[in-house]
Design a protein around this ligand. Structure first.
Ligand SMILES: Nc1ncnc2c1ncn2[C@@H]1O[C@H](COP(=O)(O)OP(=O)(O)OP(=O)(O)O)[C@@H](O)[C@H]1O
Length: 334
């Protein structure tokens, strides 16, 4: 699946294109949580937006239970997205209408999709508050009268109102106080367990992604470069970029130094030829400039297995310390 945006500020007639997703294909199994990691601008949010139908891919298909979302008539697409996918944004203050009390915010999806009688809708609102651990009296409050954590609980309850099979959570805790982040993450873990939800979980916080996910997907300049079971991704990732990303996460592999990467992240409007990571990779050679490798790896360990796209993958048993030594230029070595 591909998605290009016209670059902000570029001409209307022949805009420069930002290649936000390039052949980014992903399957999420029922009940599975897939976490997405990568530097800012690598396409994580765009992937989330495509899954929930906010953005339409420039080419490729989005299949919900095997049916092509964008081949459906518009009304059916709206119903499918409204009832099968829940969305939790970063900032509940902007995601919730400030003028509506909580019970209206929670009832709204039920009204729009005509679920149940008025009495059943009112009962569902009470059930939803209970589900996300909010007391009944919150129903009459306006979002502005709640704390950030309570507002995010309301946003999660609203996303779950129609019992979706998939919850897409894009940075769901990054706008919250550090003290309430853990509570919201625990709530999401409990809900996943209780409701059998599948989840796409996007976050800058690599530790959190690893904790929340069954499988971790690494993105680089719009491409998925690796998919690995969460328990393998820290020390046994095979793509040099994934290893470098995890080595730079404070506290995860401490006291190991991060693997040094050369230069800045290239622009998504003019990505390098071949493997886009090659300009920063200590293993890159001519082959990497010529072609982007296909996926290789072991299928079957988890849905999607452990796959990576690299001409010179890291050996599974290579330690991060060994990689730091390889990637440090000779003149900078101690
Ligand atoms: N509406 C838009 N118009 C033009 N370019 C966009 C638009 N939205 C995103 N982009 C660009 O697409 C690329 C991918 O952006 P995206 O927001 O998906 O990345 P991200 O990994 O989620 O970043 P972050 O972690 O900072 O949110 C970036 O180069 C970004 O500047």
């Amino acid at each position: 699946m591909h998605l290009s945006y016209p670059a902000r500020g570029s001409g209307r007639l022949r805009p420069t294109l930002v290649r936000a997703l390039v052949g980014a294909d992903l399957t999420i199994a029922p009940g599975e949580t897939v976490g997405v990691v990568g530097e800012s601008g690598c396409g994580k949010s765009t992937l989330a937006k495509v899954l929930v139908g906010i953005e339409r891919p420039s080419s490729g298909t989005i299949l919900h239970r095997g049916r092509d979302l964008w081949a459906m008539p518009a009304a059916e697409r709206r119903t499918t997205l409204g009832t099968e996918v829940g969305l939790v944004f970063q900032d509940p203050s902007t995601a919730l209408n400030r003028r509506l009390p909580v019970h209206r915010l929670l009832r709204d999806p039920l009204d729009v999709h005509r679920r149940g009688t008025p009495a059943e809708r009112a009962a569902r609102v009470r059930e939803l508050l209970d589900l996300v651990g909010l007391p009944g009296h919150v129903a009459d409050a306006l979002p502005g009268q709640l704390s950030g954590g309570q507002r995010q609980r309301v946003a999660i309850a609203r996303a779950l109102a129609l019992r979706p099979a998939l919850l897409v959570a894009d940075e769901p805790t990054s706008a919250l106080d550090v003290s309430v982040r853990a509570q919201i993450l625990n709530l999401l873990l409990d809900l996943r367990e209780e409701l059998g939800l599948a989840m796409l979980f996007v976050s800058h916080d690599i530790q959190t992604v690893r904790r929340m996910s069954d499988r971790v997907v690494t993105m680089y300049l719009g491409r998925i470069v690796e998919e690995a079971p969460a328990d393998r991704v820290t020390g046994h990732a095979r793509h040099p970029y994934t290893r470098a990303l995890f080595s730079a996460t404070p506290g995860l592999l401490a006291p190991i130094e991060p693997i040094p990467l050369v230069g800045p992240l290239p622009s998504a409007t003019r990505p390098p030829s071949g493997c886009p990571f090659r300009t920063r990779c200590w293993k890159a050679d001519q082959r990497c400039a010529e072609s982007m490798p296909d996926f290789q790896g072991e299928a079957g360990e988890t849905p999607g297995g452990h796959r990576f796209r690299c001409h010179h993958p890291v050996a599974a048993e290579e330690t991060t310390q060994q990689l730091v030594a390889q990637a440090t230029p000779a003149e900078e070595r101690p």
